[in-house]
Ligand binder design. Structure first.
Ligand code: PEP
Ligand code: MN
Length: 340
């Protein structure tokens, strides 16, 4: 349930609404902007007397929220959330570009790629240190050493780090050293991990689960937000369908859908969505046109020798060419790429 108040209402009226609701054992969530003032009610709303609420004054409307997600719901916060990561904004008019290898492999590799993607216009460095691999015999990532190497690359380039967490035992390390914590597709419904991430303030990039519906995906964001961390960025990375030609099927429609249902930024990962390097460009461009708030692209200096996901990785030169086209598209669409 949400209480839509007069945007210019007095603080006392908001307090009166909150006092009434909280006395009934519910929690409230205030969302206020220039043109709106909304009090979201969280808990059992069956005890609420809508007429009583209207009688408080300065309450324009009381609406039932049908969706099970409250904090992520656009009804509760009509304006787009903008998440600031070391001065790089994600959401709103901004187009965030996250690029880097699937896995951090060595200092030379990560620093070289970081410098090159930055030169082409990326404003975040991605790179896996803890890798969720299907086979236990595959390269599992450099783990803590990988985090250290990401920090070296950040020092060299200033690019904020985006990297995946797999277990809560690494949480303290991630909170201290990582700028955006990625939750991979395989952990999207690891509710214990989501709850722990909800206790932090670090921005969380939440990838869509392999076979998750849009509502399940948003509910996972809600887990993080319910804990108090509202800095959530969604990432569409393709879902499983009957089609096997591509690694996954990129659900482009999820972008406008998620943006209609929630106020959260949504970025697109065309690399994992397709599994093929030559499909990265057309789908990256399509994602921008469909309204994505950013892109996550796998870039490797030597894809043929990559320890993970070489087939979908593009070379820095190819990334640079794609970025030239993305910059033109961004201009046409009235979007900003921070730092360009
Ligand atoms: C990744 O980004 O490296 C990754 C493993 O992605 P996903 O969780 O989308 O498969
Ligand atoms: Mn990968």
């Amino acid at each position: 349930m949400i209480v839509i108040m007069n945007p210019k209402c007095k603080d006392e009226s908001i307090k009166e609404v909150k006092d009434y609701v909280e006395a009934l054992g519910l929690k409230t969530h205030l969302s206020q902007g220039e043109t709106f003032c909304i009090v979201g009610l969280i808990g059992d709303t069956s005890k609420i007397d809508e007429d009583k609420m209207i009688a408080i004054g300065e309450v324009d409307k009381v609406l039932k929220v049908g969706e099970p997600y409250k904090k992520a719901n656009r009804l509760v916060k009509p304006e787009n959330s903008i998440i600031d990561v070391l001065g790089n904004k994600i959401g709103g008019k901004n187009l965030a570009i996250m690029a880097g290898p699937c896995s951090v492999e060595s200092e030379e590799q990560i620093v070289e790629i970081a410098k090159k993607v930055k030169e082409s216009g990326a404003n975040f460095l991605r790179g896996g240190a803890f890798k969720p691999r299907t086979s236990p015999y595959s390269f599992q990532g450099l783990e803590k050493e990988g985090l250290r190497l990401l920090e070296v690359a950040k020092k060299e380039t200033g690019l904020p780090i985006v990297t995946e967490i797999m277990a809560t035992e690494d949480l303290n390390d991630f909170v201290d050293r990582v700028d955006v914590i990625q939750v991979g597709a395989r952990n999207m419904q690891n509710f214990h991990l989501l709850k722990e991430l909800g206790k932090t303030k670090t921005p969380i990039l939440l990838k869509r689960g392999l076979s998750s519906t849009i509502e399940e995906w948003i509910m996972s964001a809600e887990y993080i937000m319910a804990g108090g961390n509202e800095n959530v960025i969604l990432c569409e990375r393709g879902i499983r369908t009957f089609e096997t030609y591509t690694r996954n099927t990129l659900d482009l429609s999820a972008i406008p859908v998620v943006k209609r249902l929630t106020h959260l930024p949504v970025i697109v990962d065309p690399s994992h969505a397709t599994g093929k390097n030559w499909l990265v460009e057309p789908l990256a461009k399509s994602a921008v046109i469909a309204g994505a708030d950013g892109l996550m692209i796998e870039v490797h200096n030597n894809p043929a020798k990559a320890l993970c996901d070489g087939a979908q990785s593009i070379k820095p030169e190819e990334f640079s060419k794609i970025m030239d086209k993305i910059k033109v598209l961004a201009q046409v669409e009235g979007r900003d790429i921070e730092g360009i």
